[in-house]
Design a protein around this ligand. Structure first.
Ligand SMILES: CC(C)(COP(=O)(O)OP(=O)(O)OC[C@H]1O[C@@H](n2cnc3c(N)ncnc32)[C@H](O)[C@@H]1OP(=O)(O)O)[C@@H](O)C(=O)NCCC(=O)NCCS
Length: 158
């Protein structure tokens, strides 16, 4: 039987309180720190979906929308948007959450392509994705376009 899972089966949310060691010299969240957290979330989502070892093949649209500052809470949410044969796309959204009223403001969005590996470290087929909502279907269609762009970039080396 074909293995398949819902988007909600693998969704991951992590929260970080921004401390002095997370800051850069300009007093904002260090981009490299955030990239590590994003990669960890994408890896966790991919592991939950595939129940296999996974690697990061590429990251795109890593867009820093706003800075984040010491004492703020950073919420990172990752979910599967698309599955190919051996790869899957994970969208990772980052928000700054304000302690006074709980409001969230987007600070970053990124799309990770993760590849599942078998016991010989070769790419292996990933479970299918069950799309339950209109939003999930729209995400899938957008992900197909991003995948075509990635393949074009890879082929043409730009
Ligand atoms: C990712 C990797 C396995 C792809 O190798 P490959 O020889 O191109 O393998 P394949 O052609 O079988 O592709 C495997 C999947 O990766 C996808 N892929 C390959 N290169 C890609 C790229 N640049 N961007 C996005 N997806 C890519 C393919 O589309 C394919 O997905 P599909 O099966 O769903 O169509 C290989 O480049 C690798 O091991 N990279 C190192 C990854 C790593 O170590 N990451 C840790 C962080 S440094």
């Amino acid at each position: 039987m074909t293995e398949e899972r819902r988007v909600s089966d693998s969704q991951v949310e992590t929260v970080h309180m921004l401390r002095p060691n997370h800051m850069n010299a300009a007093g904002r969240l260090f981009g490299g720190m955030l990239m590590q957290w994003l990669d960890e979330v994408a890896g966790l989502v991919a592991k939950r979906h595939t129940r296999a070892n996974v690697i990061t093949a590429s990251v795109d649209n890593l867009r820093f929308i706003h800075g984040a500052y010491q004492g703020e809470m950073v919420v990172i949410i990752g979910k599967v948007t698309f599955v190919g044969n051996t790869s899957l796309e994970v969208r990772v959204d980052t928000y700054s959450e304000h302690l006074d009223d709980g409001s969230r403001h987007p600070i970053n969005r990124a799309y990770f392509t993760m590849v599942a590996l078998d016991e010989n470290d070769r790419p292996k087929r990933v479970p299918r994705l069950i799309l339950e909502t209109e939003a999930e279907k729209a995400e899938w269609e957008a992900a197909e376009k991003r995948r075509q762009m990635r393949m074009k970039r890879k082929e043409e080396g730009f």
